[in-house]
Design a binder for this molecule. Structure first.
Ligand code: ADP
Length: 173
């Protein structure tokens, strides 16, 4: 039996933290569907169509990965794609309470559904799309936090964005 998981999120844009969860998820699941949720309350930098395109380019022709989008209930989308597992990543404690509530409501809405959490890779603890967009909008280097192709897309949105790596602090007393 194929184990299919849906990895839902805003992916605005997809970061290396997301990529890490996807790659590790592939060791557990036969297929992962990356699902972009239409969230009318969050103002987005990239349209859902742009995000789908960016993720498609990133995953290439990997048969174990798919990208889709949904609006409305996530459990309805799971039913539509024939999946019963939701994959989520956990960073700081601050993620935990929200993720806990989300997992419980989804299971209440559909008893078949289970949420599986993967702990963030230590390198990606502070890696989140909002902070990346904020830094990039002021011209701060976010190289290494997002895949290179995504960095190019960010540069198109934020002309101020620098090419180089993050500045190293000079040690002195
Ligand atoms: P963000 O919170 O960065 O805007 P999303 O809403 O797209 O990201 O998050 C989708 C899922 O990916 C959530 O479960 C979120 O906790 C997880 N996630 C996002 N960034 C990371 C990361 N750096 N490490 C682990 N999980 C992450």
């Amino acid at each position: 039996m194929n184990k299919v998981a849906v990895y839902p999120g805003s992916f605005d844009p997809i970061t290396n933290g997301h990529v890490d969860i996807i790659n590790r998820g592939l060791r557990i699941f036969d297929k992962i569907i990356i699902a972009i949720g239409y969230n009318p309350t969050k103002s987005a930098l990239f349209t859902v169509e742009e995000r789908i395109e960016m993720i498609k380019e990133l995953i290439g022709d990997n048969p174990k990965l798919e990208v889709g989008s949904y609006s409305g209930l996530l459990v309805d989308y799971l039913e539509e794609v024939n999946a019963t597992v939701i994959l989520r990543g956990l960073r700081a404690m601050s993620d935990f309470e929200y993720e806990f509530q989300l997992a419980l409501i989804n299971r209440r809405l559909d008893r078949q559904v289970e949420t599986v959490f993967l702990m963030t890779g230590s390198k990606w603890f502070y890696c989140n799309s909002r902070i990346i967009k904020e830094a990039a909008s002021f011209g701060g280097s976010v190289r290494g936090l997002v895949p290179d192709d995504i960095l190019q897309k960010l540069k198109e949105k934020f002309p101020l964005l620098k090419e180089g790596n993050a500045r190293k602090r000079k040690e002195r007393c």
